[in-house]
Structures are given as structure tokens and as C-alpha cells.
Design a protein around this ligand. Structure first.
Ligand code: ANZ
Ligand code: ZN
Length: 900
């Protein structure tokens, strides 16, 4: 080992190069560059206060791509910022008595330093936090543009209401049906809320998924399921008797005119239908009209407008609704809850069989927000209907005959059924549909219903409009003024931003601090809030936007720069879409879907020129960083840093208590199985931390953090350095075209490795690149020459290491005598000639004595080898005057000639 080797000290080398990079401003992306553009982006962090290993892995992956693309000749944009609005800041402020803003910006400062120490190739000139006034001002401008375009609307919707704290709760704040702070049973309340009309793009969002061929299949599937397109039938079941005489617990059903506000909870576009079914009958949505003959009941949602009358007249209905409300608003909770029902006493006619009537029930599993909020139940072929009918003794009539003759359902209605049959089959007990397949039955039933004027075939989406109102402080204020006379009015663009007040914020009282702020809502005496339309005193909207809005367009803002006069600078049109997006799979649905909606909205408002509307051309979802959980004798969690291995035992460093090692799971603060990146950087260097998280597992899988693994990574970095430190100065851009013998073999090795390393980076299999880098390092270690082949191979090694361990690469590059920065060096090019099959050297013996050797392709035929051997000059001399008796060719090994 040389002295240089002994001196390699990441703690000294890394900051030194970071200073050089920063001074050279080398990571600034040039909008005007005429190179091809490449936009690399990782999901930006929430400023919780600490960098964790998950961040390190996420950003290290993006950094490999960014640096690699730069070396390949692209102009690379690789920005960073902060997703800084949100509830944790409010909770922290409550816990510590501080202010959410101070907490947030303090955390940003605290996180930026370790982030910089990791040496990412980031263009910090574009940095912003979403809570910056300059950013949320533009978000308010976007909100108003969306409103103008019809992509924003207001409607009454259900919220979780905490009756003790007198506040709205987010779904995550409702635990087991109770408020997280008060413990009070949460109620469902109707409140005016703002919505983004994402359903406007349901079809486009679905179709767009087919174009995203660089997205993981599972993410596309999850999005498609979330959008949930169903082709079906919307149809009416008419009341028995005259609709005018229908009694609902003694009261008449109201006429359309009398029921003007019946559309609550229903998409405005569908209100007409809602009104319709109240006077004429019940409108349902079904994807299985083929099973109509098996219908045995109608069920409406507990929130169905028809129950409005009953609410006033029947305590029974009211009590039932209250019972259902306890389950909460989430679709999942409703699906898991036991089936609950109440017979309304109302009856409807069967569309195909005048003699048959069906009872109308209220059922807790019917959602108001999907379809029409009402269904017909066919218990034999839908499990929920089956459970419901079994519980309440409603008829179960099979109408689909399964194809298997031995199926227990064979024989039809006589048998006791155990569960619903949802598969394919032939229709039975179904009048004119008998004998048809499911598919044929569906279209025949739709045609018939359309003919008799009871409905029509429709497409439904499970996707709901995006409710964005949050009754919270730390978010983007919704730029609206509410006037009693004129209704909600947009704040004039010149008056943006609607500033989030800093003073007089008290989070210790439950409820929305903006709502009780002394001036935010109504202004001051001198400067009251007034209606932009009529000028009368009015009130500011006190809701703030869901923070998912903030992360729905930040990538466009990065690309367009921090412009003051427009949300998105023109440069974004050139940079977008993001070429490679990297982040957690937990964002597979909401964040990615909302961003895809926003880019379409921005496009249609003329704020972004992105015809496809797709923000992310390539997506990669990385696995997590895991670690074993340690517990002491009392079962308390212990941080890995406080554990030492002694003998065959694990001991707590301070108390010397015995520690046991538990399962290996995602690093999390609550289990204390975390390793602080800062400590790793301090102990081993940033390069080692980066190398480790990329080396051991395929990027989409979890990687287990182990001490031994880190030490291995650290040793490897030393090994690379010693290789360079022990070398003479040489040009790492050398190309040793006339290498022969060992030098040629080294070249071949280096180029083969290079090809695989490059392919690994291209296909997000960094671990395979790493494995090849190890091999190449070993080959170089063994090589004795100090020649062009070594210079070339070392030059390749340093450049392929650079995306992973950029500091070490710069140090090696400069030590070797490379011109300029390694960061600016081009990606090495594979010499295809070096990839062809290896040559072998075959010794040639004559009568047991080595006379010569033959360089030949490894797979040379025996005949060719014999011919070439006999033609060899030295061999010719040796057999001069003798007769060749025999030639023995041992393929790949030796050629023996027997002559006498
Ligand atoms: C009758 C029927 C018979 C149904 C049968 C299914 C099976 P997807 O495919 O997810 O769109 N449905 C309709 N609106 C509903 C609501 N608001 N809440 C709960 N369930 C609702 O699901 C469509 C099916 O879900 C519809 O087809 C309807 O039940 C139910 F053998 O109608 B079906
Ligand atoms: Zn007004």
C-alpha cells in the first residue's frame, strides 16, 4: 500500500470536491442548451427534520441516472425542493409550542446540509418549498384558472365531524370511528367543500396508461383499478301504482319541483337523474343486467335523497342512518362492515315481469358516490347481495348456470347455496334471456331496457372528484371570497397571493385557526374583506388546499424556473415530461394520478404545452431500506448504533444488557431500527453510504442495512483508491488499440464489463452494474503492466464508478492526471471488437517438447488447429526431415505432434 492509499480520507476528500463542484456551478441545468434534454427527478421530500436511509436510496438512484445521462451527452435537469405544507408541522407545533412555519423552515435548513454532504448532482438554483409565498401564490392562480375552466366546483359533501373538538377530521385522524384527540364518536356532517373535477379526465387518464411503457406494470394496474371503468346499464325500476300516490312512511314522495335540492352528494351532472327517479321510480346502475330475472330486492344508500322525507317522518330511518354513519366514509370500512338493512315499505315493478314486485331496502353497503347510489340485488350472483339476502330472508334465485356439470349449483334453485356464483355460464330462469351467455345476456338485456324506455347503456367510473378542502392552517389558502349575495367569488389575480397569516395562530384550540383568526376572514376595520363583485362586506374562504395539490405540479415549476408572473415558465415546455421519475410505490395511486390530472388541466388552461398530458415518461418505484429490530431484556426497542457485538452475543453498549435481534423490517423511528445517514457519512463517507444502498439488492426490492455490508462497501472504496494511488500518472481517456497478450485480455475484460455496467444502469439493475464493477476492479488489481491498456481500463473503471461514488471518482481522476472533472468526462464507449469471443493460446509440442504456440479463437476446430500448428515456422523447423505420425489436439489446451 502506498502512502496515498493510507491517506484516503473521505472526510477530507468529499467536502473538498463538493466545494469544487459548487464553485463551478456544474449542476446548473441550461434551458438554452442545444444538447438533447434529460429530466431526472426524485419525489421531493417532506421536511420532517431528518434525512433517512430511504431518502438516501431514493436520491442515490436518481443521481446515478442524472450523472450517467450527463456523461452520455445530455443536458440534465436534476432539481430538488421541499413538499413543506401539511399536518405534521401543526402537530409538532402543538407538541412543542412553536410555530408550524418556524418548525418547517428550521427542518429544511437541517436537512439541506446532510443532503449536500451526500454529493448529489442537484441544481439547487431551482429550489423552492411549496409553502413559499411565491409558490403558493402561483398555485392560487392555477386554482382560479381551473375554476374558470370548470375544473373546480363547490358542493356539499360529507366530512368527519368531531362533536367535542368541533372540528373536521381528516380520514387518518379518525381511529376506530373516534376522534384522535377527543376520543369522541365521529359524526358525518354535510359541509360545502371544494372539488377538482378529475372525473372530467377519467377516460383520458385511463387511456394514457397504455402509453406509459416505462412505468411499472403494477402501478398502471393500480391506477386503472382506481379509475375503475365499468360498462353497464343505468335503468329505472318504476313504482308500483301511481308515482303521485307513493307513500314514504305516510308521506307523499315530493314532485321534482318540490325537491329542488335533492342532488346532495351527487355529481352535478347527474342531478337530473336523481330527481327523475324520485318521482318515477328508482334509478340503479348495474354491470350485470343479464341477471335481472334474479333480482329480489332494490337497495338504496343510507345517504340516498329519497330518504330525506323519511328522515323527517321516521325515527326508524334516522336511527338506521346514524348507525351506518358510524362506519365512516371510507369505501374500505364500508366493505368490511357487517351488512345492515332496513325495509322502507316501498315497492317497485320488475321491468320484464309485470306480476313481480321488489321491495326497496336501505343497505349500508350501497355507496351514494358511485353509480346512482342504488342497486338491484341479485343474491345468487353477487356475494354482498347474497350475504344481505341470507341475513334478511330475501329470495335467492339462480339465473346463471355454471358450465361445470358437477358444480354444486347444478340443479338450480332447489339446492341450498353456500355462496354467490359470480363466474360465466348460461342464463336460466330468465325468460327471453334463457340459453344466452353472460356477455350475450348483458347486451340483450340492455337492448330490451332501451326499447321499453327504462334506461340506457352507460359507462361508469369508480374515480370520484377530488375533494380538496381542508379545514387546516398549514396549507395553501383557497383564493375565494364568500359573499352572501353573490356566492363564492374568485380573488382578483392582482390581489394574489392570499397570504397565510403568521401572527395570531393558535393551534391549541381545536378547529381551523384561520376561521377564528382576528383578521384573516373578515379583514380589519380600515381594510375589510369585501366582495369582488358587489363590494359589500364578505368573508374569506378559510379552507386550505389538500397538500396533494402542492405536489401535483412542482415538477413543472422546477422545469420552468421560479417565475414571478406565471405559474410555469416557458422552459418547462422543453423539459417536460420528466424522463425518469423515482420514488416510493406508496404514491402509485394518489400522487401520480393527481399529477397526471394537473398536467392535463394546466394544458387545457394554456399554462403548459404538453399535448400528451403525461408528466412522467419513465417511472421507477424503489424498494425500502430495512434493518433488524433490536430489543433489550425488558422488550424495549434499542437503536442499532447502541448495540455492540461481543463474542456471540449482542450487548447494549452502555448498560451491557443482553440484546436480541428480531425481524428485519422497514427502518422506522417507532421501532428504532434506524441508522442515521449523517453518522454513516461521518464514519465512512457519503460514497460508501450511496454505494451500499445501491449494491446489494435489485433497486425495486428492499435492501437490508447491515454493519458488515457497510464495511464491505468501505473496503471496496479503499481498494479502488489503492489501485489508482499505486499507479503511475496516465491518461484515463487512453484507448489501447494495439494491445496484445495480457494487455489485450485486460482490454477485453474491461469492455465486456463496461457493456454490462451500462446495460445495468439503463435498465435500473444497478446491483448487476455493481457486481461487474467489482470484477473489473479485481482484474485491474491483478494486472501488472503500467501501459495504455491499464490506463484505458482504469479510465473506464473510474468513469463507471462516478455515478455511484462521485467523490472517489473525482479524486481518482485527478490523481491519475485526467483532464478537467470526471463529471464532465464522456461515458466510455464499448469497443465492439473487444466483445467477440476470446482467443486462446495453445502451446505446440513436438515429441513432448514445447516448440511454439498458437493464438486462435477458443472454439477453433481440431482440423483448423492441426493445419495452423503444422504451418507454424518453428514447428516446421522441428519436424524437418521427419514424418508426422500423429497430431493430438486437446481443444483449448495444447497441440501435440508426434513425428519420427
Ligand atoms: C346487479 C348485479 C348483479 C350486480 C350481479 C353485480 C352482480 P363495478 O363493476 O365495480 O362497477 N353497485 C352499483 N352501484 C353501487 C353503489 N353505489 N354501491 C355499491 N354497489 C353498487 O360494480 C358494479 C356493480 O356494483 C353493479 O352491478 C351493482 O351490482 C353494484 F349478479 O347490479 B350489480
Ligand atoms: Zn357580492
Amino acid at each position: 500500500m502506498s502512502d496515498d492509499n493510507a491517506r484516503y480520507n473521505a472526510a477530507e476528500v468529499e467536502p473538498r470536491w463538493q466545494a469544487v463542484w459548487e464553485k463551478g456551478d456544474i449542476y446548473r441545468a441550461d434551458d438554452k442548451s442545444d444538447k438533447p434534454k434529460f429530466y431526472a427527478l426524485e419525489m421531493f421530500p417532506y421536511p420532517s427534520g431528518r434525512i433517512h436511509m430511504g431518502h438516501v436510496r431514493n436520491y442515490a438512484m436518481g443521481d446515478v441516472v442524472a450523472r450517467y445521462k450527463k456523461a452520455q451527452g445530455f443536458e440534465v435537469l436534476h432539481p430538488m425542493g421541499w413538499d413543506s405544507f401539511g399536518m405534521p408541522a401543526e402537530n409538532a407545533a402543538i407538541a412543542t409550542g412553536g410555530h408550524p412555519k418556524d418548525w418547517t423552515y428550521g427542518n429544511i435548513d437541517a436537512m439541506k446540509a446532510p443532503m449536500k454532504r451526500l454529493g448529489f448532482a442537484l441544481d439547487w438554483s431551482r429550489e423552492f418549498a411549496t409553502s413559499d409565498e411565491a409558490y403558493y401564490k402561483q398555485q392560487q392562480a392555477i386554482f382560479l384558472k381551473f375554476w374558470e375552466k370548470g375544473l373546480v366546483y363547490r358542493k356539499t359533501a360529507k366530512v368527519n365531524w368531531d362533536p367535542v373538538d368541533n372540528t373536521v377530521l381528516a380520514n387518518e385522524q379518525v381511529i376506530d370511528g373516534k376522534g384522535w384527540r377527543s376520543g369522541a364518536v365521529v359524526e358525518q356532517r354535510d359541509m360545502d367543500q371544494w372539488f377538482f373535477k378529475i372525473t372530467e379526465y377519467a377516460e383520458e387518464l385511463l387511456e394514457g396508461l397504455d402509453t406509459l411503457d416505462r412505468w411499472p406494470e403494477k402501478v398502471r394496474t393500480m391506477q386503472a383499478n382506481w379509475i375503475g371503468k365499468s360498462e353497464g346499464l343505468q335503468m329505472r325500476f318504476e313504482w308500483t301504482g301511481s308515482s303521485k300516490d307513493i307513500k314514504v312512511f305516510g308521506k307523499k314522495i315530493l314532485t321534482i319541483a318540490e325537491h329542488a335540492d335533492a342532488g346532495d352528494g351527487v355529481h352535478p351532472d347527474r342531478q337530473a337523474n336523481v330527481l327523475n327517479y324520485i318521482s318515477e321510480g328508482i334509478e340503479v346502475f348495474t354491470t350485470r343486467p343479464d341477471t335481472l330475472f334474479g333480482a329480489s330486492f332494490i337497495a338504496v344508500s343510507p345517504d340516498h335523497p329519497i330518504l330525506k322525507q323519511m328522515e323527517q317522518s321516521s325515527t326508524e330511518v334516522e336511527a338506521f342512518q346514524a348507525e351506518c354513519a358510524k362506519i365512516g366514509t371510507s369505501e374500505e370500512a364500508i366493505a368490511q362492515a357487517p351488512k345492515l338493512g332496513l325495509d322502507t315499505g316501498l315497492r317497485v315493478k320488475h321491468p320484464f315481469d309485470e306480476t313481480k314486485t321488489l321491495p326497496v331496502w336501505i343497505a349500508n353497503f350501497v355507496l351514494m358516490g358511485y353509480g346512482t347510489g342504488a342497486i338491484f340485488g341479485c343474491p345468487a350472483h353477487d356475494q354482498r347481495d347474497f350475504d344481505f339476502a341470507t341475513k334478511y330472508g330475501l329470495p335467492i334465485l339462480p339465473v346463471v348456470q355454471p358450465p361445470h356439470p358437477n358444480h354444486p349449483r347444478e340443479g338450480g334453485d332447489e339446492r341450498k347455496l353456500e355462496e354467490a356464483y359470480v363466474g360465466e355460464g348460461t342464463l336460466i330462469n330468465s325468460g327471453f334471456l334463457n340459453g344466452l351467455s353472460k356477455e350475450a345476456g348483458i347486451s340483450a338485456a340492455i337492448t330490451k331496457i332501451e326499447e321499453i324506455g327504462l334506461g340506457q347503456g352507460v359507462t361508469q367510473y369508480r374515480l370520484r372528484d377530488w375533494g380538496v378542502s381542508r379545514q387546516r392552517y398549514w396549507g395553501c389558502p383557497i383564493p375565494v371570497i364568500k359573499c352572501e349575495a353573490c356566492g363564492p367569488q374568485p380573488v382578483a389575480e392582482a390581489d394574489l397571493p392570499v397570504q397565510l397569516p403568521y401572527e395570531d395562530i393558535d393551534l391549541n384550540i381545536p378547529g381551523n385557526p384561520l376561521d377564528r383568526h382576528p383578521t384573516f376572514k373578515t379583514g380589519t376595520k380600515e381594510n375589510p374583506v369585501t366582495c369582488p363583485k358587489c363590494g359589500e362586506p364578505a368573508e374569506r374562504e378559510t379552507d386550505t388546499l389538500d397538500t396533494f395539490a402542492d405536489s401535483s405540479w412542482y415538477f413543472a415549476r422546477f422545469a420552468g424556473g421560479n417565475t414571478e408572473d406565471t405559474p410555469i415558465g416557458a422552459a418547462a415546455n422543453d423539459w417536460l415530461p420528466v424522463d425518469q421519475y423515482v420514488g416510493g410505490v406508496e404514491h402509485a395511486v394518489l400522487h401520480l394520478l393527481y399529477a397526471r390530472f394537473f398536467t392535463r388541466g394546466l394544458r387545457d388552461c394554456g399554462l403548459l404545452d404538453l399535448p400528451s398530458g403525461e408528466p412522467f415518461a419513465g417511472l421507477f418505484t424503489q424498494g425500502m431500506v430495512t434493518h433488524a429490530v433490536f430489543t433489550d431484556e425488558d422488550g424495549e426497542y434499542v437503536m442499532p448504533a447502541d448495540v455492540i457485538e461481543g463474542g456471540n452475543q449482542l450487548l447494549h453498549i452502555e448498560s451491557k444488557k443482553l440484546i436480541s435481534k428480531g425481524e428485519v423490517i422497514k427502518m422506522s423511528k417507532s421501532k428504532k431500527n434506524v441508522v442515521d445517514p449523517d453518522e454513516i457519512i461521518e464514519g465512512y463517507g457519503a460514497d460508501v453510504a450511496r454505494w451500499f444502498v445501491l449494491s446489494d439488492s435489485p433497486p425495486e426490492r428492499d435492501v437490508e442495512w447491515t454493519e458488515s455490508g457497510v464495511i464491505g462497501a468501505w473496503r471496496f472504496s479503499k481498494k479502488v483508491w489503492s489501485l489508482v494511488a499505486d499507479s503511475e500518472k496516465m491518461n484515463p481517456l487512453s484507448v489501447a488499440t494495439d494491445a496484445t497478450g495480457d494487455a489485450l485480455a485486460l482490454r477485453r475484460f474491461a469492455h465486456k464489463a463496461l457493456e454490462k455496467i451500462t446495460a445495468g444502469i439503463e435498465s435500473f439493475r444497478f446491483n448487476t452494474s455493481v457486481a461487474q464493477i467489482y470484477e473489473l476492479t479485481n482484474a485491474l488489481k491483478k494486472y501488472k503492466g503500467e501501459d495504455a491498456a491499464k490506463a484505458e481500463s482504469l479510465g473506464i473503471l473510474i468513469r463507471v464508478i462516478a455515478p455511484f461514488m462521485p467523490h472517489l471518482a473525482e479524486e481518482c481522476w485527478s490523481h491519475l492526471g485526467g483532464a478537467g472533472l470526471c463529471y464532465h468526462a464522456p461515458w466510455p464507449e464499448v469497443d465492439p471488437a473487444m466483445l467477440v469471443e476470446d482467443e486462446v493460446t495453445l502451446p505446440i509440442q513436438v515429441n513432448g517438447k514445447r516448440r511454439s504456440e498458437l493464438s486462435a479463437p477458443k472454439d477453433i476446430s481440431k482440423e483448423d488447429a492441426e493445419k495452423l500448428a503444422l504451418a507454424d515456422e518453428a514447428v516446421q523447423r522441428a519436424i524437418d526431415g521427419l514424418t508426422v505420425r500423429k497430431v493430438i489436439v486437446v481443444p483449448g489446451r495444447i497441440i501435440n505432434i508426434v513425428a519420427s
